[in-house]
Design a protein around this ligand. Structure first.
Ligand code: 5GP
Ligand code: ZN
Length: 118
């Protein structure tokens, strides 16, 4: 738990969220400002700020985020057609909430690469 972290507050039910998945280690909820018809955020219950803060002992926990992503994709009905899982790290990548989270995006065709050419 980190004092003023909004995702820790969602874990502790101090602020509401549309929670779609939970187990002992992981929570997932719908993004407040979705950019795809399915847009979920999958977070560890342990507060980790960025990818740069992941320690070797967190490796299994990070793997569990991906297991949750596949499970949610199946429930959302997008597993076969395909979906994207993204974790932004720090400012240049657009990270705005400093509690690591996978974005699970699906329900429409997505281009690749996702950014305009330089
Ligand atoms: P980032 O930009 O850090 O990769 O992603 C943060 C995501 O969190 C954004 O897509 C944003 O819409 C979402 N978000 C920010 N605050 C809240 C909130 O209070 N509730 C929910 N459900 N999503 C949030
Ligand atoms: Zn947190």
């Amino acid at each position: 738990m980190s004092g003023d972290c909004i995702f820790c507050k969602i874990i502790n039910r101090e602020i509401p969220a549309d929670i779609i998945f939970e187990n002992d280690d992981v929570l997932a909820f719908r993004d407040l400002n979705p950019v795809a018809s399915t847009h979920a955020l999958i977070i560890p219950k342990k507060h980790i700020g960025t990818i740069n803060d992941i320690n070797p002992e967190d490796a299994e926990l990070v793997g569990k985020l991906y297991l949750a992503a596949a499970e949610i994709a199946a429930v959302e009905g997008i597993a076969e057609q395909g979906y994207r899982v993204v974790m932004n790290c720090n400012k240049a990548a657009g990270q705005t909430v400093f509690h690591i989270h996978l974005h699970l995006l699906g329900g429409s065709e997505m281009g690749w690469p996702p950014w305009p050419a330089a």
